[in-house]
Design a protein around this ligand. Structure first.
Ligand code: SF4
Ligand code: SF4
Length: 96
């Protein structure tokens, strides 16, 4: 699933540099997540980094972009070129 930033965002700027996919950028008034780049941090980290760091917890799942874990891995592959080439990537976890 891609995540999204709600209007509770206080523009604190801390999430943008944490995103390994450069999916976060400043929008018209608050930060936004590009759903085509957000892998929910799959391929990079165990937990979504923006969610971990956001002080106001305003980053829920984007209901317009519900994706399976396998789809997120495919997105990661697309973004990085190859799963094997990504140094930070870990092997596919077992079911779950
Ligand atoms: S979940 Fe990860 S990939 Fe998605 S926007 Fe947050 S930091 Fe970026
Ligand atoms: S960390 Fe949360 S409050 Fe801060 S800019 Fe990102 S989404 Fe907005």
């Amino acid at each position: 699933m891609a995540l999204m930033i709600t209007d509770e965002c206080i523009n604190c700027d801390v999430c943008e540099p944490e995103c390994p996919n450069d999916a976060i950028s400043m929008g018209e008034s608050i930060y936004e997540i590009d759903p085509h780049k957000c892998t929910e941090c799959v391929g990079h980290f165990d937990e979504p980094q923006c969610v971990q760091i956001c002080p106001v917890a305003c980053i829920p799942v984007n209901p317009q972009h519900v994706e399976t874990r396998e789809t997120l891995w495919q997105k990661f592959d697309r973004l990085t070129g190859s799963r094997a080439d990504a140094g930070a990537a870990t092997s596919l976890p077992s079911q779950g």
